[in-house]
Design a protein around this ligand. Structure first.
Ligand SMILES: C[S@@+](CC[C@H](N)C(=O)[O-])C[C@H]1O[C@@H](n2cnc3c(N)ncnc32)[C@H](O)[C@@H]1O
Length: 359
């Protein structure tokens, strides 16, 4: 006999708790734009180490309009980003926020995270349309804040971990690079990872590639600026078409899941590698099951995955759309489908998983 579902009783208190949580989140949503604004106008940098400042003083130091600065400061104070002293009407950036909002060399540096989030939100009307049609939206079609924010978001983590712990966790790779090895960095974006490795291993040569020609132009300029362009070249090609063979190391940083055909790209990596070469795959931190990822990091990554990664993969041939929360089991499946016989997790941080795959 069919049973009739009783509607669940409404708990008014829980309803109001949810509404007030949402008020906080609306504030946080707007704050993404305010952080990017503060970063672009130099407001955080002017506050850093300056002690208490009035809005007039901050506006004068940044050549901005006081009325906007005052309102921005109040929003920052309400969110706990700056401290307000009602006695003398001044605002101060605490030391922890100073590091997180102004110190590009710190692993805690945040402005890039907000910049890519804001860029994703700015592009969301187009994603709403692709969600109706099932079409994709390529990485190259996004606003500049997505590309630059991505570089600025990931670089602090690579600075902190890539040379110090991720490469040493791979079997024999550091020794090869110290002697002078050949490295291909696929899906390299603006080349932050490529250049970092080139700076650390002066006897090795590096080729970065990405299907987005605009990113490759920026990567070339970054290499020039870093003084490594003699040993680092960049090519605008999809991962599956990266030319050459005999590489000691092929790397992919936060991009395998963005590709339409990750298995095809993995097969291409096998062709690129020397027989005893290594494929290093850096992916967003994730568990294998949805319920493993229902936490703040998973929330941010599922958000990026909906707005950036899934449409990026769907815009390409095959359109496997692994998503940014693919997890170890699915990445292992990709590597094994492409014929890699050895696969292991070698490192992890709260934001990334690092895998080693060998032929
Ligand atoms: C999230 S970004 C990561 C960029 C860079 N690796 C980093 O860590 O800053 C993903 C990158 O994958 C690139 N990409 C997507 N599909 C690709 C493909 N099939 N071949 C090569 N690059 C691809 C995008 O253009 C983008 O630069």
């Amino acid at each position: 006999m069919a049973t009739v579902e009783q509607p669940r009783a409404l708990d008014e208190e829980k309803l109001m708790q949810f509404v007030f949580r949402a008020v906080d989140e609306v504030g946080a949503t707007l704050n993404a734009a305010l952080v990017v604004m503060g970063d672009k106008l130099g407001l955080y940098r002017a506050l850093a180490g300056a002690g208490p400042l009035t809005p007039e003083e901050l506006a004068a130091r940044t050549d901005t309009a006081e009325r906007y600065v005052r309102e921005w400061l109040n929003a920052q104070a309400a969110g706990g980003y700056v401290e307000y002293d009602p006695e003398d009407g001044t605002y101060e950036l605490p030391p922890e926020q100073t590091v997180a909002l102004t110190d590009e060399s710190s692993a805690a540096y945040l402005p890039g995270f907000f910049q890519i989030a804001l860029g994703s939100v700015l592009d969301s009307p187009r994603i709403t349309e692709t969600a109706r049609s099932g079409a994709g939206l390529g990485w190259h079609e996004h606003v500049h804040d997505v590309h630059e924010g991505c570089e600025r978001f990931f670089r602090p983590g690579y600075n902190a971990h890539l040379i110090a712990s991720w490469l040493p966790a791979l079997d024999g790779v550091v020794e090869k690079l110290e002697r002078g090895g050949r490295v291909a960095d696929l899906g390299c974006g603006h080349g932050a990872s490529t250049i970092l490795m080139a700076e650390a291993f002066p006897r090795s040569t590096f080729v970065g590639s990405d299907y987005h020609a605009g990113s490759i132009d920026t990567a070339r300029a970054r290499a020039e600026l870093a003084g490594v362009s003699e040993r680092v070249t960049f090519e605008p090609v999809p991962a599956a078409a990266h030319p050459g063979d005999g590489y000691d190391l092929v790397t992919m940083f936060d991009c395998l899941h963005d590709m339409g055909d990750p298995v095809g790209a993995a097969r291409a990596v096998r062709e690129l590698l020397a027989p005893d070469g290594t494929w290093m795959i850096v992916e967003p931190a994730a568990g294998d099951r949805v319920e493993d990822n229902l936490n703040p990091v998973g929330r941010a990554y599922y958000g990026f995955s909906t707005l950036l990664c899934t449409p990026a993969s769907l815009s390409q041939d095959v359109g496997l759309a692994l998503g940014a929360q693919a997890g170890e089991a699915r990445i292992r499946e990709v590597a094994e489908s492409a014929g890699f016989t050895r696969f292991r997790r070698v490192a992890e941080t709260p934001f990334n998983l690092v895998f080693e795959a060998r032929p």
